[in-house]
Write a protein that binds this ligand. Structure first.
Ligand SMILES: [Mn+2]
Length: 427
């Protein structure tokens, strides 16, 4: 489905007067606070969040899935959906593919289709957490860490194939979320499973093109409930340090135990120049995959505060980061959820840009705890929505993407085209 741009122009015209009142009021306040509004708008506009190819269908739990209809039935339709999001918000200019759920049969055509929506290909993702129909060996007891070399070789070969697909599309990174782990004490030797995994990683790393990165994701539990090979940021960092410059840690917000100080982890990774990217979502209990910012928006702001500090500090030289949403939409329309997610991410980013860094540093040096909190919360409590809307307006996106999506009945149109029982492949 291709959105008619003139409808967006009409929507923006209808909302223009009220938007201008709100934006001018905010711009005046920000100018009084010595903020450069145009520079802020440029940074907000440049911030793009990749959409994973598995997030365009209704997600399920291990207990069931309740699809909503009109879901993309092919890789082409998934790209169209991301194109639709990008047209609405001009902030979702990349798609991240999962192999083997989304193997491009004709990479040239897929590349052209994506380019027609102004989309790039973000990191490609391998999958050794499920057995595929035609594979020789099972991943029941692990993949890259498996005790049997044949299983490890199969998993290594798969990852190398994923790199090849990525090269065809112009991707520049491979993300490995290794689900390997154990369910019972004594099941495996912790040290040996680490060593086997390192050996597998080294073989994959050797196949990376020079301008590629390898993102090493971590997760404390699930699908295994006793131990995970790459359980935490420390283990991820350890692998990255042993592998080399191209290996970088990947933080998935849902992959932490309750109350973990994720912003501090971000700071540590940045300090070592070893932060590769982010998977955004939110959670109340575990890896809930809820909409970004729906449960803990202040934590999201604090994370962005560290990101902005680390990325702007002349003392650090972390490579450019890769941003992606990694969520599951169990009861929401996936496209509506993704619009909300991108908005929440950019809101936290914009608020973090407002933090008075010099004043904060001074307060920290002087141990003025009260003032430090005031500075952070002043930025956090600023309603930056008119700033985001203005950035969209200037980029040709909709002033209110979600309202526009509903007004123009996009989902109804997709159901009409694809059917009420169209299910996205993947989750
Ligand atoms: Mn993830």
């Amino acid at each position: 489905m291709i959105l008619d741009k003139s409808l967006i122009d009409q929507h923006n015209e209808d909302k223009h007067a009220s938007h201008q009142r709100r934006f001018q009021a905010l711009a005046a306040v920000l100018s009084d606070e010595n903020q450069h509004v145009d520079a802020l708008l440029d940074k907000i506009a440049a911030f793009q969040v990749a959409i994973p190819s598995w997030a365009l269908g209704t997600g399920g739990t291990r207990f069931g899935r309740f699809a909503g209809g009109g879901e993309p039935r092919s890789l082409e339709e998934k790209i169209e959906d991301v194109g639709l999001l990008h047209t609405l918000n001009q902030s979702s200019g990349a798609i991240s593919l999962h192999i083997p759920w989304d193997i491009p049969q004709n990479p040239g055509d897929i590349k052209r289709l994506a380019a027609s929506f102004d989309l790039k290909f973000d990191a490609v993702n391998s999958n050794t957490f499920q057995d595929q129909e035609l594979q020789n060996f099972s991943y029941k007891y692990g993949s890259l860490s498996h005790t049997d070399r044949h299983v490890r070789d199969q998993a290594i070969t798969h990852n190398i194939e994923v790199i090849r697909h990525g090269i065809d599309l112009g991707s520049k990174a491979l993300t490995i979320w290794l689900s390997d782990g154990t369910d019972f004490p004594g099941q495996q030797n912790f040290r040996r499973s680490f060593e086997r995994t390192l050996d597998s990683f080294q073989q994959i790393y050797a196949e990376l093109p020079d301008d590629w990165k390898l993102f090493v994701e971590y997760k404390p539990y699930e699908p295994h409930f006793y131990s995970t090979v790459i359980s935490d940021w420390g283990t991820s960092l350890l692998f990255c340090q042993k592998l080399g410059q191209k290996a970088l840690g990947l933080v998935d917000l849902g992959h932490h135990l309750p109350n973990t100080n994720i912003e501090q982890i971000v700071s540590r990774f940045l300090m070592e120049g070893k932060l590769g990217g982010f998977h955004f979502n939110d959670s109340k209990y575990g890896d809930d995959d809820l909409t970004v910012g729906s449960i803990r928006p202040y934590q999201l702001f604090l994370i962005f505060n560290e990101l902005v500090e680390g990325m702007s500090s002349p003392e650090l030289s972390n490579p450019a980061l890769s941003w992606m949403i990694d969520a599951s939409h169990n009861v929401k329309d996936p496209l509506e959820d993704l619009l909300q997610s991108v908005e929440a991410i950019k809101t936290a980013y914009a608020q973090a840009l407002l933090v008075d860094r010099k004043a904060l540093e001074k307060a920290q040096e002087e141990n003025d705890t009260v003032l430090a909190q005031e500075i952070l919360q002043h930025a956090y409590k600023t309603d930056v929505r008119p700033l985001l809307a203005q950035s969209r307006l200037q980029s040709g996106a909709a002033l209110h993407p979600l309202a526009f999506y509903r007004e123009t009945k996009v989902r109804e149109e997709l159901v009409r085209h694809r059917g009420a029982k169209a299910f996205a492949t993947g989750l």
